[in-house]
Structures are given as C-alpha cells and as structure tokens.
Design a binder for this molecule. Structure first.
Ligand SMILES: [Zn+2]
Length: 285
C-alpha cells in the first residue's frame, strides 16, 4: 500500500511529438551545418548564402552564383543543350542523369556563357555541385574547352568557378581525358595572352583540382573550401602520418603557396572586377 502511495503517476500521456522533428520548417529556415544557428532562408539568400553568425559558405547553385557576379541581365549562355551520352552503358547512369536534370533544372554540372562584370566583358563558367556532385564528364570538359576557345576568339578573360567531386566515374577513361583536354585548352588560352582566373569553391577535389581548377593565372578560393586530390584517410594511410586539422582547406593552401588569395563571397565580385580592371587591355581606349 505504501508503495502505491509513492508510485510515480504519470499525469500526462506521452505522445510522440512530430513537432520536435519539424522544429525547422523546411524551406523557410535552415540550420547552419557549422555553428548550428537557425537562419531564415530569405535572409540567408540576401547574404549570398553565407551564415551571418560564423561565416560558413553554403553551396550556391550555378545560376545563383552567376546572378551574384554579373552586371544585371547581361548573361548569354553557351551550349545549354549539350547533354551527356552514356558511352560505357554504365548501369543506372542514364537514370541518375535524368534525376539530376530534374532536380537542378540543368543539363549538366556546369553553366558557361558570357556577361559583363563591372562593365568588363568576361567568359564565365560555373559548376553546380547538385548535378552528379559537380563531377567532370565529357560534357563538362567539352563546355570548358569551348568556353576557353570563345574567350580566345573574343579576347575576353575567362573566369571559372569550380565545385566538384572530381572525375565522373560512370564515364571512365573518357572522364579522365577531360583533364588533359581542359588543360590543353587553357594552355592555348595562355599562349594567346588571355587571362584565366580559377575560383575554387567547396569542394574542389579529384581530377578537377588536378587539372583546370589549379591552372589559373590567379587562383582564388572561398573561405573554408575543401580543396585536394585524394581524401584525407587515403593520404594518411599512404604516408602513414597524421595530417594537420586544417589540411586541404583553402586557408592551409594559401599558407603553403598553392593559392593567391582567399576571398569571402561578399567581396568576390569586387575582387574579380579589380583583377579585370588591372588586366584590362587599354591600348584601344
Ligand atoms: Zn554558422
């Protein structure tokens, strides 16, 4: 009896709450993956998708990036209709391409074109990591090579924003060939004295970091971007050494001379315009 008196009686029934899960209404707010601050999506977008609390740079879509860079309403897209074939008939590849096309509203992992920045005409390429993790297949390589050729013809500087997991395994050797192809196209650009600026955003890895992304006359990165060839674990196992915590970050590479500058997104357009201004050909002016 006494035991009954002290028995804890639940006053309320516990109903598994859906509310906890839906704490952050999808679309209206987002949680910063770095500092866990809840951010209002609209404000985040206004701030170029950079966390106000800690400066974390959220990924940008290709079109968001283009809009943040070029003078309003002056972008002409190149080769928008190019689509990947499935030359190796890799199981499931076509379905994945189709899914990513629907999800991203893009035909491939890069948008190329021309526009003005601060009044300076440029050829611009922007990768989109939503499409097959921004991996480089034959279409990505072809679009970059074509953009470089147009830059040579028009004598416009070429600015390329990278965001990529590397080569596209479903295209095998054809994907690896794009490393040589894009590098050759950029060498031609170089020989024609056309400026090439590479901007490495999170993440720039694998065959992309080992080809065009590192070949800029000027190489810039966004803060905190992961940049490297192989993954940390693979390297640690190979060299049998513990790597520093900031290994493969933009800041680490800047310290070791692999980058020229780390530029926060809020300063990116102005910085690029300053570079364009500095390199502008004034002989005709
Ligand atoms: Zn944050």
């Amino acid at each position: 009896m006494l035991r009954d008196l002290f028995r804890k009686q639940k006053k309320y029934a516990t109903i598994p709450s859906e509310q906890v899960k839906k704490e952050i209404p999808e679309g209206i707010m987002q949680k910063c993956p770095k500092c866990r601050t809840i951010l209002i999506t609209k404000e985040l977008e206004k701030n170029l998708k950079v966390c106000k609390a800690c400066g974390y740079h959220f990924p940008m879509t290709a079109w968001e990036r283009i809009e943040s860079l070029v003078d309003s309403g002056c972008f002409i897209e190149y080769d928008a209709d190019l689509q990947s074939a499935d030359p190796l008939e890799f199981p499931g590849y076509q379905g994945k391409l189709k899914k990513d096309m629907e999800k991203s509203n893009l035909n491939e992992a890069i948008v190329t074109g021309e526009g003005n920045m601060g009044g300076y005409p440029v050829v611009l390429g922007v990768m989109d990591s939503r499409f097959r993790m921004g991996s480089m297949g034959s279409v990505v390589g072809e679009k970059i090579a074509r953009a470089a050729e147009r830059a040579i013809l028009k004598k416009y500087p070429f600015i390329l924003f990278c965001a990529s997991g590397g080569a596209r395994m479903q295209e095998g050797i054809l994907s690896l060939m794009q490393m040589a192809k894009t590098s050759a196209a950029l060498e031609k650009l170089h020989r024609n004295h056309v400026l090439f600026v590479s901007v490495l955003t999170h993440p720039t890895t694998g065959g992309v970091s080992a080809s065009f992304a590192s070949l800029g006359d000027i190489n810039i990165a966004e803060p905190g971007a992961l940049i490297g060839f192989a993954g940390r674990r693979v390297i640690e196992q190979t060299v049998r050494q513990k790597l520093p915590d900031d290994f493969q970050t933009a800041e680490f590479l800047l310290k070791h001379g692999q980058l020229d500058q780390v530029v926060p997104r809020s300063d990116m357009r102005e910085t690029l315009i300053r570079i364009l201004d500095f390199h502008a050909d004034r002989r005709e002016a």
